[in-house]
Design a protein around this ligand. Structure first.
Ligand code: 8OZ
Length: 365
């Protein structure tokens, strides 16, 4: 019988189970560089079938929050190698989530204190995090500038370089972060993309940058090490599309031809309601479009799953289930699901920034 604890081959990766640690921003990488503390945190969670790292900037321009890691410099590759070696030694698998925040940034976090970049010069009604005198403070994002069309090949290239760095750093693969209102999602959705060139207007144009990035990364490291995260209807970071079903059916139809390792879908509002009455979305038909197009990647679902929901989703509706906040407070979440043990709750005060407290000191069974 196939269940959450059945091994599964996902692209190039042989996973021990179907329980995945979702990407979780923790703001503990000063100088955008992974460190010993992060190594311990990920090592503690290596019993997950797969770990997806916290979102990791592909370039300095792609950074939007204080103390999040990057993957564009030598020290960052070396820092991540500490992490991947530790996870592999503990028997786990780990992919890095590649991230460009687009307009969700602040000039203080950008090269030369420049304006953040976006498809269009429309400010996001959302906040980001700076560190002031050692403490996290929430600030409005800065007014962005619209990217010139001549800059887009450079951004695609930054994803390719980061994917190449990921291989040097020992990752099993990469997940392209195309969710939660960041750059690729900003390009896809009507609320944030008012361009009139080949990258704006109809769905084909709005999805162009995402598909160019995906094809370029697949060419660089192979489809079996490449995956994607999508969030069709989340209002996260103030990015909304007027017709998400048509948009995402188009996107997933084209992803189907790429032989990806997996497709990771956030159902509903990220970290909140799974069903949005004013924004219906048919996830079953979305998945069916992917399969009908020949897509053979694993189907990963996420957002507020508990053990019972996950057990009933696999294998009929999904191949993999990603758990976010439960993995912060329960490094041994897999063992807890297996034995039916209770789950610790998260301490929200230590979620973003800080040190070991609320990071590597959650108890195991
Ligand atoms: C929480 C805080 C900062 C960033 C996402 C990368 O929502 C994030 C994120 C989440 O995908």
């Amino acid at each position: 019988m196939t269940n959450l604890f059945s091994p599964i081959q996902v692209g190039a990766m042989a996973l021990a189970n179907r329980i995945v640690m979702a990407p979780l921003t923790r703001n503990r990488a000063p100088d955008a560089t992974p460190n010993e503390l992060m190594k311990t945190y990920y090592e503690q969670r290596a019993s997950a079938g797969l770990i997806i790292t916290e979102a990791t900037a592909i370039s300095h321009q792609g950074q939007g929050y204080a103390d999040v890691p990057g993957l564009y410099g030598e020290a960052q590759v070396a820092g991540w190698k500490l992490v991947t070696d530790a996870v592999h030694a503990a028997g786990g698998k780990i992919v890095v989530q590649l991230w460009h925040v687009g307009r969700v940034s602040h000039a203080e976090l950008q090269p030369h204190f420049a304006a953040p970049v976006a498809p269009s010069a429309i400010r996001a009604k959302t906040k980001t995090v700076l560190i002031k005198d050692g403490a996290a403070v929430f600030v409005e994002t800065s007014e962005p500038r619209a990217l010139d069309v001549t800059e887009l090949p450079g951004i695609v290239h930054d994803y390719v370089l980061a994917a190449r760095h990921a291989m040097h750093a020992g990752f099993d693969g990469v997940e392209i972060h195309a969710a939660n209102g960041y750059l690729l999602d900003q390009f896809m959705k009507t609320g944030s993309n008012h361009r009139t060139d080949d990258y704006g207007g109809g769905i084909k144009n709005r999805a162009r940058l995402l598909l160019e990035v995906m094809r370029a990364v697949v060419d660089e490291i192979g489809g079996d090490r490449t995956s994607i995260r999508l969030s069709p209807v989340t209002p996260a970071n103030d990015v909304i599309d007027e017709d998400p079903q048509t948009l995402f059916d188009y996107v997933v139809h084209h992803l189907a031809a790429m032989d990806l390792a997996y497709v990771h879908v956030i159902e509903g509002s990220t970290g909140a309601d799974r069903v949005l009455p004013d924004r219906p979305f048919d996830y079953a038909s979305f998945k069916a479009v992917y399969r009908a197009g020949g897509g053979k990647g694993a189907w990963m679902v996420n957002n507020g799953y508990d053990a019972a929901m996950a057990a009933s989703a696999v294998p009929a509706d999904a191949d993999l289930v990603a758990f976010g906040r439960p993995f912060i407070a329960n490094p041994d979440l897999v063992a807890r699901i297996a034995t039916g043990a209770a789950w610790h709750t998260l301490d929200r005060k230590t979620l973003y920034g800080g040190g070991a407290a609320g990071y590597i000191d959650y108890p195991t069974l």
